[in-house]
Design a protein around this ligand. Sequence first.
Ligand SMILES: [Zn+2]
Length: 150
Amino acid sequence: MSDDGADAADEADETDAAPPTDRHYAEWLDALADGDGFALVCPEGHGSLPPRRVCPECGAADLSREPLDETGTVATYSVVHVPSPRFADDAPYATAVADFGPTRLTGIVRDGGADDEAPEVEIGDTIAVDVGERATDGERLVVFRPAGGR
Ligand SMILES: [Zn+2]
């Protein structure tokens, strides 16, 4: 009978919750928004993010939570002028891939400039990571902000 109680609790918990993988990513966004961003680092030192359970580089399942570096370096970026519908109100915008130590993140660049101008970003820029909302539908996403010298 204790099983029934557990099952009921599980079902209640999942009724309107996102799928587990989305939930793990949402929890990671929560941590990031609280300034407690972390990466999952394997024994070889490769970094990845939830909902990963094994290292995407070497397959190790022994992942430990390590604090995410406060700043990262832009590895590549692209400016989008003609967006997909989900980003219709965000364009023009720039997506960037940045390395935070061993961990690679993808996010949207926001430099605080005018909405109708694409943000300025260059490979090698130092950026900080934050959680923002997509202008189009309010969906949370990873946001990069310039953090280099001026
Ligand atoms: Zn690894």
